[in-house]
Structure formats: C-alpha cells, structure tokens
Ligand binder design. Structure first.
Ligand code: SF4
Length: 349
C-alpha cells in the first residue's frame, strides 16, 4: 500500500495525506511556492482510512436533500449552477437564489478567490434554500479544522442540502485574504469520508489536466473509495479531454457520476473571473468567439449551451456545472443567464 511519508506531509504547504492537490501548476510547480510538488514522483496514495466511512451494516440516517438529489440523478441528467451572489450580503443572496429557483436543479455555493469571507456554509445554504433552490455546498479544508468541519456537516445535514462538494481548497497565499492562516487539518479525500459518514451526497473535484495527469484518475478512485459519489470535472479544455478522463477513471476501477464544469462567460467581467481559476483549460477559441462577437451576451449563451449539450452527450455524464462568476454588480444578470442556459438544455421538461 502506498502511503504518504512524514517528509511529504511536512513539505506540502497543505499538509496533505492524499495529495497532490488540484493546484499543481502545469510545469509541476507547487501552487504555493517555487518548488516541485512533493507528490509528483511518488505512487498514488491509497485510501487507508476506515473510521469515518459508513458501512452497509451501519449506514448513516437518510438526509432528505441528499435523497432527493440521488433520486433525481437516477432519473435524468441535472444542471448545477455556480452561485454568483455577493459574499455576506443577504439581499444579493436572496435575489440570485430567486433568479435560479425553478430553473436549475441545484446551485453550487462554494469558494471564491476574490471573496474568501463568506457566511458560514450551513447558514448560507439555509438562506439560499429559503428561496426555493437546492444547494450543493462547497466545503473547503483551508478555513476550518476537523471539529469545525464536523459542525458544518451537521449543520448542512439539518438544512438538508442536495450535496456537499469536498475540496482541499486553494491556499490562503492565493486569493483575497493572504493575511489569514491556512488550516488544512484534513484534505478533500478525508473530508469526503466525513461527509459520507454524515449521510450527505458527496462530490469531489478532479483536475484532469493538472500534473501528474496520468495519475489523476487513480487519485479520483481513492476519493470514491473514501466516500465520493460524484466528480465535478474541472475545466479541462473541452469534450474530448473529459471523455478520456471518464474512460481512464473506469479503467482505474471507479465509476462515480461525472458532472463536468462548463465555462460560463457572457461578458469581459465573467471572462476575467474565470481566468482566475487555478489550472484552467478552456476549449480552443472559446473566449475569443464570445468576447469578439458583436453581442457577447448572446454569443456567450449560445457557446455555453452548445458546449453543455456536447458534454451531456458523453457516456457517464450525469449533468453539467455552469461554472464561473459574475462581473461586479451583475450577479443577478449572471444568475439569470445561467437560468436561460438551463432552460435551453431542457433537462427538466
Ligand atoms: S502543489 Fe498542492 S499537493 Fe503539491 S506540494 Fe503544493 S500544496 Fe502540496
């Protein structure tokens, strides 16, 4: 069994057990420092935790939000939209949630490099779900230790969220609050295990184009063994890279539901925000087509819809995630644009 060495953990700025993270630069450099990622040249760390994973004889009590999303995923493909509301702003949250309600199947309320300070995840999920849209909560290991994460998982269970998206998280050295101390008590694989034990529908992210590319499918397999049901596939450059990644994951012995990210761009502001994503790879010519069009908003809606339709045609794809963020002040317009794409896809009709 391959396990992480104490030296690797000590040298990794995120103290990861199940590295590498998704932030490895394309040349193999660590997301945080000018050195080679310490996990690149070693075998994939195998899942060796047992404490948190539920067993068939000791299953977690049903969580209604998770049960509803599981039932939906068993019936048809879904549309998940990133949540664009301004941070710690109840009015913006309510307005954006209202713009998404009844149009998308869930909204992914996660992390933002430019807005690290957010309402606590369970409170934010409660506010959004009050407007009638299911929440798929993004939960990171950067800002909370194991105890705080366990508390949030309990809160999210009480709220009845559709899913919990477990990520290690970008380091505080990237993003808007470099003055904050990072925590990284756990990593995404360990958090997936905790979330599964709490009865949640669990998703994780994987970045097919981040080094070591040839080991990303095996790393996903370990996350599935830990408890992940769904993989959100980071922006990997289009349909063919996602198809290859699904195939590689199956060959590695795992078959989670796949929800690929679709770049949501309708103007220069949303294009700029998307470019801030770590290890972003977009389809050839995608941004140019939109930004050089006479009407970037219309062209963006067309380009996003076309890419989503092609992605949904792939075997193994359980849905799409409209991924990105709004220009400052255009949050509701951006939410509405995602609603338009979802309606065009017509999955719920
Ligand atoms: S790239 Fe990520 S996993 Fe690798 S050393 Fe840096 S923080 Fe750790």
């Amino acid at each position: 069994m391959s396990v992480v060495t104490p030296e690797q953990r000590a040298a990794c700025p995120k103290h990861m057990e199940y590295g590498p993270c998704g932030g490895v630069d394309f040349d193999g450099t660590c997301e945080v420092g000018e050195f080679r990622c310490v996990f690149l040249d070693t075998p994939t760390v195998r899942w060796h935790g047992t404490r948190d994973r539920p067993t068939e004889s000791d299953p977690p009590a049903p969580q209604p939000g998770a049960a509803a999303m599981r039932a939906l995923l068993a019936t048809r493909q879904v549309v998940v939209a990133d949540f664009p509301g301004r941070s710690v702003d109840r009015v913006s949250l309510a307005d954006c949630a209202a713009a998404l309600a009844g149009r998308v199947d869930a909204t992914l309320a996660g992390d933002s490099g430019r807005s690290r300070v957010q309402f606590p995840p369970s409170y934010r999920a409660h506010l959004i779900q009050q407007q009638g849209v299911a929440v798929w909560t993004g939960l990171n290991c950067r800002d909370r230790n194991r105890v705080a994460l366990e508390g949030e998982l309990a809160g999210l269970r009480a709220v009845g969220v559709a899913g919990v998206h477990c990520v290690t998280g970008d380091h505080t050295a990237t993003g808007g609050r470099p003055d904050a101390q990072p925590v990284f008590d756990l990593d995404s694989t360990e958090l997936a295990s905790l979330a599964a034990a709490a009865g949640h529908l669990v998703s994780v992210a994987e970045a097919p184009t981040s080094p070591p590319v040839e080991k990303r499918a095996a790393r996903l397999r370990e996350k599935v063994l830990a408890g992940a049901d769904v993989c959100f596939v980071n922006h990997a450059g289009g349909v063919e890279p996602v198809r290859r990644f699904i195939e590689a994951t199956r060959e590695a012995g795992a078959e989670p539901a796949f929800i690929p990210c679709i770049p949501m761009v309708i103007d220069r502001g949303s294009a700029g925000l998307l470019r801030s994503f770590t290890t972003l790879v977009l389809p050839e010519g995608f941004l140019d087509r939109i930004l050089h069009a006479a009407d970037p908003y219309r062209e963006g809606l067309d380009a996003v819809t076309e890419l989503a339709e092609r992605m949904l045609a792939l075997d193994g794809v359980a849905g799409v995630n409209l991924s990105g963020g709004a220009s400052a002040g255009a949050e509701v317009e951006f939410a509405d644009a995602m609603g338009i794409v979802a309606e065009r896809l017509g999955l719920s009709s």
